[in-house]
Design a binder for this molecule. Structure first.
Ligand code: GLC
Length: 419
């Protein structure tokens, strides 16, 4: 198969603006996104370490005083996207959204630091970055786990990064949509409606966003008033791993972040408890209704990325993963295909996403190298055969969403060049 390293680099450079990189070169996402930028920074680290550090610095320039790093930074006053900066009405140095996204930055940064020789200037810049990430993690612990449970909540599906996942169907069904919502979606002008979230989803997203804007995004109030409050397995697994990686980064720089240790061990214990042996799967929690959420989502396998210190459970998780897309040529679908909520084409309800495959691969390298390499091979083949798209059908690999998608290119570079 054709090696696409040069093409991947070109995609990143082509999507690059002043100090940050767009998720794609079409009109779908004209801003900087939090977890996209982290993945993108890893891609740059293979051919331009400076771009990689700048990408991260720019993202952190948008950090709020309370420590939150927004999910979107609107560097340009572009209003072709909905919801754009005029509808969020917030941001510190940079107009932004008022919610966050999966905190994968520390884990990515650790990879970048361990693979590269940094000069003095880069070292001191990275030290600043690490301190800001610590504030970000402290913000999560303080405001998203106010009851000190060891698990953090997300207050909007967009915070998960897997926006319209069936995991949110039940908690979102409780949201009473504002009667006089007045907004215009832009995503449908540039992509197929059957590959995007539904109108009911958007009505609820916007209703929540309006609630948050009404309290000026005050983090204490947000936790209290949000009609959506979910402890998600995948999200907490990413945060656990990020805290572990942040501790490693700090140790190497003689920074003392020891106060994190307590939270890490609490999270570790709590995630183990989210595994239900009777159903052989993880359970997320809807804190508004106290109901359990059981959806066979690929994001539950981010628990592999968390490196849980429990071999027995890890084995169970790996066995389940092997049954997720059993006998399929292409994997991993976001939702197990035999589940009633599965939809082949609709965004986070079925398609394959490269970042999910990548996170799972990372989680498996040490635990089951052969299987990990099989996943890597499949993921590379998919990209080499079909190109750098946003998402793909698990049935035949057909492409969907945006083309020239930055994180697909960045993670491709990491998979091909990591050794
Ligand atoms: C969508 C995705 C999200 C991603 C963003 C930019 O909102 O759901 O995960 O970060 O697009 O690519």
């Amino acid at each position: 198969m054709k090696n696409k390293v040069e093409e991947a680099k070109k995609i990143l450079l082509g999507n690059r603006k002043n100090g940050y990189t767009l998720p794609t070169n079409n009109k779908l996402y004209p801003a900087q996104w939090n977890w996209d930028s982290a993945f993108i920074a890893l891609g740059y680290s293979y051919f331009n370490l400076d771009f990689s550090i700048i990408e991260i610095e720019t993202l952190l320039n948008g950090q709020w005083d309370d420590g939150m790093v927004p999910h979107i930074l609107f560097h340009e006053k572009d209003t072709s996207y909905f919801p754009n900066h005029t509808t969020w009405q917030c941001g510190k140095n940079i107009p932004s959204s008022g919610i966050t996204q999966p905190p994968v930055l520390a884990s990515i940064l650790r990879k970048i630091v361990e693979k590269n020789k940094l000069n003095n200037d880069q070292n001191s810049r990275i030290t600043k970055v690490i301190k800001k990430i610590k504030n970000y993690h402290d913000w999560f612990i303080k405001f998203r786990d106010p009851n000190k449970t060891g698990l953090v909540s997300i207050l909007h599906p967009w915070e998960s990064g897997y926006d319209n996942s069936p995991i949110w169907d039940q908690p979102m069904s409780n949201i009473k949509v504002d009667k006089d919502l007045n907004y215009k979606r832009r995503d449908l002008e540039v992509s197929n409606s059957d590959e995007r979230p539904l109108k009911t989803d958007y009505d609820r997203y916007v209703t929540l966003r309006d609630q948050f804007r009404d309290v000026q995004y005050d983090p204490h109030k947000l936790y209290e008033i949000s009609d959506f409050n979910v402890v998600d397995v995948g999200f907490n697994a990413l945060f656990l791993r990020a805290n572990k990686d942040l501790l490693t980064l700090a140790k190497n720089l003689d920074l003392n972040f020891d106060d994190l240790n307590n939270f890490v061990s609490k999270t570790e214990n709590q995630i183990l408890k989210l595994y239900d042996d009777n159903i052989n799967d993880f359970v997320s929690k809807d804190l508004k209704t106290n109901l359990n959420i059981v959806v066979p989502s690929i994001t539950n396998y981010f628990t592999l990325f968390a490196n849980l210190e429990n071999d027995q459970l890890n084995k169970k998780i790996i066995n389940n993963l092997k049954n997720h897309n059993i006998n399929d040529n292409y994997y991993f679908s976001t939702i197990k295909p035999n589940h009633p909520s599965f939809e082949e084409k609709r965004y986070w309800r079925g398609p394959i996403w490269i970042n999910c495959n990548w996170l799972i691969y990372q989680g498996l390298i040490k635990k089951e190298p052969e299987y990990a390499n099989e996943i890597k091979k499949k993921t590379l083949e998919l990209i080499e055969e079909k190109g750098f798209h946003e998402y793909y059908s698990y049935k035949d690999g057909s492409v969907m969403g945006a083309n020239n998608f930055s994180w697909s290119a960045a993670l491709y570079l990491d998979l091909v060049l990591e050794n």
